[in-house]
Design a protein around this ligand. Structure first.
Ligand SMILES: *Cc1c(COP(=O)(O)O)cnc(C)c1O
Length: 360
């Protein structure tokens, strides 16, 4: 029996990946030079597919890195001289804060209790903060930050750069990207691709900031500084030899998703999320970890388990259904279930039935 992965990244591959992968091998994609016209064409069509799928403004740039983790570091290097401010509601947002601290800047934060998101009404962000970092979907706890909160922060802080982590939310989250300056994701979450590629969306304000820091003799990195990434991206290239295969696959999957219709994908995710939360309400041994409905993630869904989560995991794995354990200190207390575009209604219904069968 083949396993079906509900783990929150890496996860089940998007159902069209196998076919695209086999075409890529037939076309020799992994062997082409990253300085060739053939590569430039792939690069350009992937950028266009992402722009179209996410509805990105024409003047926003799309750059490729190795991961979202890399983008955290590049963001601090290129966009912050002295002060950043982070909304923290779990391990991933905490990790970004920690990277900022590694750079010995004044990295400030407002930390929400685990399973909650920061309440914007209680936010006190100093005007001196150059960058405000928000995590739209905190994969470790399943707590998400409503899009309306992000718009409120934008209104209150028009001059600050706003950075948005949509790693486990894009393309599901329906957000007007013109309300943030930079957003980013890696491809092994909702896009259902093999890991090893980060996508960094930036506007001209981010670039201007990097140029300003450079003119003040600050070190902003080398081959993956924003100006260096930008210079190559204008030629549909990257500074280094990139993950050409994954860039190719991303373009194909983004095109498939757009063809299916992003609204349809969102409706299906909403339906499956409702089903899972309803399952948690009915199951004897489960309850949603995030109690406030407006903060409940739709794409990475976390339940508190009244028995060891390893029992859930091992029972389901006998049926070929692979779910995630809790993150970090919650490893044994939580189960985490990815609800990405590739997880079909049928599979989610099967998972729900199996979850309900597990009793003390
Ligand atoms: C997975 C994840 C990351 C890190 O992604 P990498 O590809 O491992 O660098 C960052 N933020 C969130 C919210 C994530 O879920």
């Amino acid at each position: 029996m083949k396993n079906f992965y509900f783990t929150p990244g890496p996860s089940q591959l998007y159902f069209t990946v196998e076919e695209h992968l086999s075409n890529a091998l037939k076309e020799g994609v992994p062997s082409i030079s990253h300085r060739s016209k053939a590569y430039e064409k792939i690069h350009q069509s992937t950028v266009e597919a992402i722009r179209h799928l996410l509805g990105l403004p024409q003047d926003y740039h799309i750059l490729f890195t190795s991961s979202a983790t890399e983008i955290w570091e590049r963001t601090i290097q290129n966009m912050v001289q002295a002060e950043s401010f982070h909304l923290v509601n779990g391990s991933f947002s905490q990790r970004f804060l920690q990277i900022a601290e590694n750079y010995q800047i004044n990295a400030m934060s407002q930390v929400a209790e685990e399973g909650k998101s920061v309440e914007v009404q209680q936010l006190l962000i100093p005007e001196t903060a150059e960058l405000i970092a928000i995590t739209q979907n905190e994969t470790s706890t399943g707590a998400s930050q409503p899009v309306s909160d992000i718009y409120e922060i934008r209104e209150a802080f028009p001059d600050q750069l706003i950075s948005l982590d949509v790693v486990s939310a894009a393309p599901y989250v329906n957000i007007d990207y013109s309300k943030v300056d930079t957003a980013y994701f890696s491809v092994q979450k909702c896009f259902g691709l093999p890991a090893g590629l980060g996508v960094w969306i930036v506007n001209d304000r981010c670039l201007a900031k990097a140029e300003q820091l450079l003119s003040r003799n600050k070190v902003i990195g080398s081959y993956h500084s924003l100006p260096s990434l930008m210079e190559k991206s204008l030629k549909n290239q990257t500074p280094e030899t990139p993950n050409v295969l994954n860039i190719y696959l991303l373009g194909k999957v983004a095109t498939d998703m757009a063809q299916k219709g992003i609204e349809q994908i969102r409706r299906e995710i909403d339906y499956k999320a409702a089903l899972l939360y309803q399952t948690f309400a009915q199951a004897e041994l489960l309850s949603p970890f995030v109690e406030n409905e407006k903060h409940q993630s739709k794409t990475t869904i976390v339940a508190d388990a009244k028995i060891s989560s390893s029992e859930f995991i091992s029972k389901l794995s006998k049926k070929g259904l692979v779910i995630g354990s809790g993150y970090g200190k919650f490893k044994d207390k939580h189960i985490r279930i990815a609800n990405f575009p590739t997880h079909s209604k049928e599979y989610m219904e099967m998972l729900s039935d199996e979850l309900l069968k597990i009793q003390r």
